[in-house]
Write a protein that binds this ligand. Sequence first.
Ligand SMILES: Nc1nc2c(ncn2[C@@H]2O[C@H](COP(=O)(O)OP(=O)(O)OP(=O)(O)O)[C@@H](O)[C@H]2O)c(=O)[nH]1
Ligand SMILES: [Mg+2]
Length: 547
Amino acid sequence: MPEEFDQQLQIAKQWALAARDAGWLSESDTVRLAKLENRSPAGLFDPGFHRPLVAAFFGGTGVGKSSLLNRLAGQAIAKVGVERPTSREVSIYLHESLHIRQLPAGFPVDRVRVARHADEKRRQVLWIDMPDIDSTESSNRDLVVDWLPHIDVLIYVVSPERYRDDKGWRLLREHVREHAWLFVMNQWDRGQEAQVADFVKLLRQGGFTNPLVFRTDCRDEPGKRKPDEFTGLESAIQTLANGHLIEQLERRALDARKEELQATVADCLARLGNDQEINGLRGRWAEIWEANAGELLKGLQWPMAEVARAFVQHDANPLRRSVNLERKGKAPENHSAPKPSLLWDDWAQMQLQDALDRLQVEASDCQLPVTPLKPRLLTVAESAPKLMADEAQKGLRLALANPGNIFQRFLLKFTALCSVILPLAAMGWVSWQAFTGYYESALTHSGFLGADFAVHSVLIVAIAWLLPFFLNQQIKPSHERTALKGLRNGVNAGLARIQLLADESLAGYFSELSFRLREGRNLLIPPTERRVSEHGMLERIIPGEEI
Ligand SMILES: Nc1nc2c(ncn2[C@@H]2O[C@H](COP(=O)(O)OP(=O)(O)OP(=O)(O)O)[C@@H](O)[C@H]2O)c(=O)[nH]1
Ligand SMILES: [Mg+2]
């Protein structure tokens, strides 16, 4: 079971770190998961070893933790003193047959004292005296935090004067459900029942409905000690050391860790968003683009006319020139920034950028991660001028190669043909008339063709040529109009390509997001039924929900 949890924890951490590295989660989103422990009290001993219960004294400085351990051992194992804080190390008190397999990772060995005993009755408990958790010595606090996951029973020691201090209490409460808790009000010689009652009230607010609180007096001279509940404390620990209860405590701690893992993964998933939000953003993008494309088309009418005019004025290739050249006299501010063109000018680029920015804002409003979306949208913005220039160029070329529509092109060809055939036919007819007139006048010795004939013939030939020529000229579309039409087609195609690129970028973003969500959801395991304890004592030492 713990191995299975180790594995789950590793997979969850890898998932979260990969998502963080790719910008889907922030550093702070993964902190809670990164902090999750797979260490346990059993980890201190060899696997399968019939291990003792690990009980440790925690509390503020000077409350008497070391004195409690020394009283228990019947000898000065831990340093007791007036200097604050006194203990800067961890004192361990254990049976001589027990061996700690490994100390917490990176634990400074010079900060641990070990004292052994040969008392068989106490074989099943490993006692630890911790440094204080509220002093200015931050290394003391770190030491306590390092050891926390290895503790089964946390004995929280307070004094009558300082039981309301919540500095250390807050630190321990982060791990509240992973341990069993006993409470000691030491220095009972100075304490009063009202203080214990008040302390119990505080503990109730912390989720302990019926906490076990022991009053102890651990002054150096046993003869002067006030009657207290020290033996009650020791026997409570002995009861818990029974193998069956250790097992239950372990299971509880493991369940608490699992629940914490589920909660942290669920937190990360919430940061990534959900399917509803993804669909919402998809819909919003369609709306944004529709409005944006309409605006762009309207705004590009004038640049299109300008480009068409420049083209007709033999300004060889106004599209390329304007796309490829830097504006004279201005150093490029940013090499990756798209360069403005006569057609796709600064205004158009800004218009597109606005739409992409709006999409980002919508994504952030939908609680979707924006960082991985940014580079994708940047590519769209950077590619837009080139896409537009390519499509406009293509539209221009196609339109100029085939000016007008099919009907216009048929009429053009027809009138061009007529302007050749009709004058030829007219000239043939005139020649025939001249020939037959000449032949007949030679036979009849009458007068030759007159001036009227000559005038009419010239007129007929001129009209036969002029009429189709004139019509042809009238039908022929102007270069400027053709260029404008080509540009219009090109701009429409350019906008369609920009939209396609943006859609593809968004689809890529969504598909990666869905993949990460799927992976994260696979880490969520349905919660196991909370086990009902068979031992009434466990209900008193393990907290419920905080009030
Ligand atoms: N009056 C009274 N004094 C006590 C009692 N228990 C301990 N002391 C004294 O309180 C002082 C602090 O005791 P320690 O056991 O060193 O306290 P600690 O909690 O280990 O302190 P740090 O190691 O600094 O965290 C010592 O001078 C003890 O003699 C008690 O029950 N009553
Ligand atoms: Mg101490």
